[in-house]
Design a protein. Structure first.
Length: 269
């Protein structure tokens, strides 16, 4: 095999999350990286806004987004794990629904994996331990920060994902990394999904009860809804004073970042 044909075997892959950063990276790499493959790890439990956004993205990119794990979503794996809900300390969901499918998709091929970490972020994202997968960070390399990413999104014509009005990150509607105010907003904007999240806490054949949030169940949380909204408003007021003339979305984002204890490096790019 000559050098040229072995070079051809290197795949270029970009995992999309339905969030702004990976979306912006897809547009940024258009024309820069030919033959890039887009994929999305489908838990079957994303917000409807995310699925709609991905469809729009596929049209604008003019290229198929491969859905991974489209035949076995969260419920399949919940069953395998005996009904044990995932949590920040037991993140089987990320492993089974994101990491393993991604590594299977790439297999033993040599691949360059494009990761949408920005230059203004203090995190590394998920890096595969497989030696055939080489991570690269185009935004970090080019020194692009949040403002640049917003500009790319605006110029591409896709706009921000709709859920950014009430939630700061992509991921499953019941993601345990959500802030309290995001649970409240979920109950208002998607009451059916909130109820489904409650049912995941309550319905187990052996009578066990779990909660998404370590401190309280969703029923308990929602009883304190007014207080949570009030606290959030106060935080927003404080933040607005520190971030004058900034768009409301940025203020909201910043408040949630302050409250963040953790989030998913794999799901929320
Ligand atoms: S978004 Fe949250 S619940 Fe869904 S797979 Fe990622 S960590 Fe798990």
């Amino acid at each position: 095999m000559n050098e040229k044909s072995s070079e051809k075997k290197v795949r270029h892959v970009l995992g999309l999350s339905g969030g702004k950063d990976s979306t912006a990276l897809a547009f940024y790499l258009q024309g820069r990286v030919p033959d890039i493959e887009y994929f999305f790890c489908d838990t079957h439990k994303e917000l409807p806004e995310t699925y709609a956004y991905l469809k729009k993205l596929e049209i604008l990119l003019g290229k198929k987004i491969t859905l991974l794990e489209s035949e076995r979503g969260f419920d399949h794996w919940l069953n395998v794990y005996g009904g044990f809900l995932p949590s920040p300390k037991a993140r089987w969901c990320t492993k089974q629904l994101k990491i393993i499918p991604t590594e299977k998709f790439i297999g033993n091929d040599k691949a360059i994996s494009y990761i949408a970490i920005r230059a203004d972020e203090d995190r590394v994202g998920y890096i595969s331990t497989k030696p055939n997968i080489k991570p690269v960070f185009p935004f970090m390399k080019a020194g692009l920060v949040k403002e640049d990413i917003v500009k790319i999104i605006e110029e591409s014509g896709i706009g921000m994902p709709e859920y950014y009005n009430w939630r700061s990150r992509s991921g499953c509607y019941f993601c345990f990394f959500q802030r309290k105010i995001e649970w409240v907003r979920l109950s208002e904007i998607h009451p059916n999904l909130f109820e489904r999240a409650v049912r995941y806490e309550q319905e187990h054949s052996d009578g066990r009860k779990y909660s998404w949030n370590q401190e309280e169940s969703l029923r308990e949380l929602i009883k304190r809804k007014d207080r949570i909204i009030e606290d959030h408003k106060k935080m927003m007021e404080l933040k607005k004073k520190n971030l004058p003339n900034r768009p409301l979305m940025e203020v909201f984002d910043s408040v949630l970042d302050d409250e963040a204890e953790d989030f998913c490096f794999v799901c929320n790019l």
